[in-house]
Design a protein around this ligand. Structure first.
Ligand SMILES: Cc1cc2nc3c(=O)[nH]c(=O)nc-3n(C[C@H](O)[C@H](O)[C@H](O)COP(=O)(O)OP(=O)(O)OC[C@H]3O[C@@H](n4cnc5c(N)ncnc54)[C@H](O)[C@@H]3O)c2cc1C
Length: 416
């Protein structure tokens, strides 16, 4: 079934009886060409592009919970391609270009909204760093604009420009950045992959790998053993636990990141703003809630809920940036488990075990990467060589000393 305005009209006039489930609920087959472990955004995008762009349709996505139960349904929905380093920026710009055509491509309304992402700067040194980043973005074909204080004031007059500790000096604006409805992205990819024959199997946890003589031949699951020529791990915050089942130790730590939503308010924040003197970012949802977040919790955890000190820390940053936020009531909050790599950049790579592939280390920023991650992982699985924009995202880069040290700020994840 194709979705269209006419279909909505027709169903509205005929009692909405013709809608079909967006994907099937198949039982797993004994064997596949490719098994993707993890039905988050990246796993579903991988299956979608494998079937849609690379012609590999004998694919299963194995998800231990329900689609959208992981970070894909928990993030603050920000999309952007404002990176500095050559190992990252072309990748994120490919992602932005895929976002721009995504809804037409998979025929689903993911509410992609290019409302602009503004990074605020608070010192002269920070403005210089933003100018450098903006220039680097332009060299990769992305858009960027350096705003002075008046430029920021014209967009967001309510910010605390003269804050005694964190005065706002200007900002780096990416107008093509913005937000997208996170669970809609998962559903759109799932539906698109299912239409091309991919089996999406929920409530099916992978509990082990069948590895013989250095070759991965299949997986053990809560629904029985399944064999495959290629196994693609894509489990975000569970990366360490799942890869340990294959005997691998990763340069990744898992930390909780929390998100917050206020009560619904009249439109006040047209785009996405990030505070440059602390860790705080905010936008407003189409329902009116202020959607915001900040730093990760300071210790390792696999719990999908966070602690109160970070709540206080995030709210303090919000108050320093826009004091009026203190009058809004917090409606709800939640946490997701982040796969924090040691240099703040991701991995899309083969492992030393034949047939076993790994995608992870997305840190706070994997939602915006979803389309490019799926595309590049599908490329690697189909051709056994990395996509040109993902050649640096290798597992052995720490051993070789070729980190993609995007933030260059710290040796541990909560300092990135
Ligand atoms: C609060 C919060 C805010 C964020 N904000 C942003 C943002 O604004 N912008 C941005 O770009 N990024 C953001 N992120 C990061 C982004 O959400 C993640 O990097 C990205 O979603 C991770 O990829 P995924 O969607 O595939 O992960 P997930 O949705 O977590 O998918 C992984 C899946 O693997 C499954 N799984 C795990 N173990 C197994 C197993 N053994 N067998 C089978 N399945 C298994 C899990 O159940 C899960 O569904 C945020 C994250 C959080 C938590």
């Amino acid at each position: 079934m194709r979705y269209s305005g006419l279909r909505v009209l027709w169903e509205g006039l005929t009692g909405n009886k013709g809608w079909q489930p967006a994907w099937r609920e198949p039982e797993p087959k004994k064997s596949y060409d490719v098994i993707v472990i993890g039905g988050g955004g990246h796993g579903l995008a991988t299956a979608y592009y494998l079937s849609n762009k690379f012609g590999i349709t004998n694919v299963a996505v194995l998800e231990k919970g329900w689609l959208g139960s992981g970070n894909i349904g928990r993030n603050t929905t920000i999309i952007r391609s404002n990176y500095l380093l050559p190992g990252n920026e072309p990748f994120y710009e490919l992602s932005m270009k895929l976002w721009e055509g995504l809804e037409q491509d998979f025929n689903y309304n993911a509410m992609v909204s290019q409302r602009g992402v503004l990074n605020l700067c608070h010192t002269d040194a920070q403005r210089d760093a933003f100018a450098r980043r903006g220039n680097s973005m332009r060299l990769s074909g992305a858009d960027s604009e350096l705003l002075d204080q008046d430029g920021v004031r014209a967009l967001y007059p309510f910010l605390d420009f003269d804050n005694a500790r964190f005065p706002i000096k200007g900002g780096l604006l990416q107008k093509r950045g913005g937000s997208a409805r996170h669970d809609g992205v998962a559903w759109g990819y799932a539906r698109g992959a299912d239409l091309r024959g991919v089996d999406i199997i929920q409530n099916c946890e992978v509990t082990g790998f069948h590895i013989e003589n250095g070759v991965c031949k299949g997986v053990e699951t809560t629904k029985g053993a399944i064999s495959a020529k290629k196994i693609a791990v894509c489990v975000a915050g569970s990366s360490g636990r799942v890869m340990a089942q294959a005997g691998m130790r990763l340069p990744i730590e898992s930390h909780v990141l929390q998100a917050f939503v206020s009560e619904g308010l009249k439109p006040i924040i047209p785009g996405v703003i990030t505070f440059g003197a602390g860790h705080f970012y905010i936008s407003q949802s189409d329902k009116g809630g202020l959607v915001f977040g900040g730093d990760i919790d300071g210790y390792n955890s696999y719990a999908q809920r966070g602690n109160l000190p970070v709540v206080e820390d995030v709210c303090e940053s919000g108050m320093a940036l826009m004091p009026m936020i203190g009058r809004a009531r917090l409606l709800r909050m939640w946490g997701g488990v982040m796969d924090m790599s040691m240099d703040g950049s991701p991995f899309i790579d083969k492992t030393h075990i034949d047939g076993l592939y790994f995608n992870g280390g997305w840190c706070y920023g994997g939602f915006k990467a979803t389309p490019a991650s799926g595309y590049c992982y599908a490329h690697l699985l189909a051709k056994d060589e990395p996509h040109p924009v993902a050649t640096e995202m290798r597992l052995d880069r720490f051993k070789r000393g070729h980190m993609i040290d995007e933030k260059g700020a710290g040796a541990q994840p909560n300092l990135h």
